[in-house]
Ligand binder design. Structure first.
Ligand code: RIB
Ligand code: CA
Length: 314
């Protein structure tokens, strides 16, 4: 089984990644680190613990960075709801028994990289603060990372600002540090994730599982589907799970080599990502950018796996 480390700022789409990969027999999640992003570190950690507990996964959860590298946190509870995990009815329950490990995420990821025999794949679905600190502290361990597959950035417009996608906007220096660390990167930006749409019909399919926790997940999804219009649920990009799905079904995606960079200065464009693909300009590509997805296949397979995970804990 492929060893995976997840780094997340658990909101709803991060929770879907935990369900998707935690239930898969193809990957082994050796640890989950949490980071400030969608909401505070306390809430991203609580949401992660609740997801792991309610899906019945025995995966250690480590608290990571409570602040970005070079700015104050900019969370989005206003958009996502209280604790970054809004609902139309049933809330995500607080973790009843699970607590975070004593060890902090940076130390835990460093220890895991020191101990692993096979290089570790990292899935990052929030701001990259934790990974950047590991890269700064232990550049010698970068060779123990097989690749970082991440949801962030965009080959095109942003979502938090017109220029910047939220994860990169929340800590642009962190992404820049990870880019400069020379790790194999695969970027799943908004240009890709907008091709993968989760729909109200998927919420109905999840609710039909019939368990109390399935009702909770369906209520959380219904809220996610109302991000654009609080009064009416409508199809919504499945951001983080698009990156996670690549780890299970790479054949559903097309990636292109290029040079990835991130804007650190300015007021209008800070956090914007740029992808250079022109052959004469890319003598040393530093990333593979996801450009196309079989969106319906990805969304349907992700939802099907979440349903299987819910049935497994009924
Ligand atoms: O822009 C989408 C990203 O921001 C996702 O990771 C979502 O969870 C939020 O963190
Ligand atoms: Ca996220």
């Amino acid at each position: 089984m492929r060893k995976i480390w997840m780094d997340c700022d658990t909101g709803f789409d991060d929770l879907v990644c935990i369900a998707l990969l935690g239930h898969s027999s193809e990957v082994d999640i050796v640890g989950i680190s949490t980071v400030v992003g969608n909401t505070s570190l306390d809430w991203t950690t609580s949401n992660t613990l609740s997801a792991v507990e309610n899906f019945g996964f025995d995966i250690p959860v480590y608290r990571g960075c409570a602040k970005p590298l070079a700015q104050e946190p900019c969370t989005i509870e206003g958009l996502l709801g209280a604790g970054g995990m809004g609902t139309i009815n049933r809330p995500l329950p607080a973790p009843a028994k699970r607590t975070p490990e004593q060890e902090n995420a940076v130390s835990a990821l460093i220890r895991t990289l020191e101990e692993t025999e096979e290089p570790l794949t990292i899935l990052a679905t929030g701001p990259m603060t934790n990974l950047a600190v590991v890269a700064i502290l232990r550049p010698d361990l970068m060779e123990k990372i097989a690749e970082v597959v991440f949801m962030g950035g965009s080959y095109g417009f942003g979502n938090h600002t017109t220029a910047a996608e939220f994860n990169t906007f929340a800590d642009p220096e962190a992404l820049d540090t990870v880019i400069r660390a020379g790790i194999p990167l695969k970027m799943f930006g908004l240009n890709l994730t907008n091709q993968v749409q989760i729909t109200p019909e998927h919420a109905d399919q999840i609710r039909a599982v019939g368990s109390e926790f399935a009702e909770v997940v369906a209520d959380l999804l219904e809220k996610y589907l109302r991000i654009r219009d609080p009064e009416k649920s409508q199809p919504m990009a499945l951001h983080d799970p698009s990156a996670a799905a690549y780890l299970l079904w790479p054949e559903l995606f097309e990636l292109q080599e290029g040079i990835l960079s991130v804007e650190l200065h300015g007021t209008k464009a800070r956090g914007a990502t740029f992808c250079e693909f022109r052959p004469k300009r890319i003598d040393t590509p530093n990333a593979k950018i996801a450009m196309r997805a079989k969106g319906d296949d990805v969304a349907n397979r992700v939802v099907s796996q979440v349903i299987d995970a819910l049935k497994a804990v009924q």
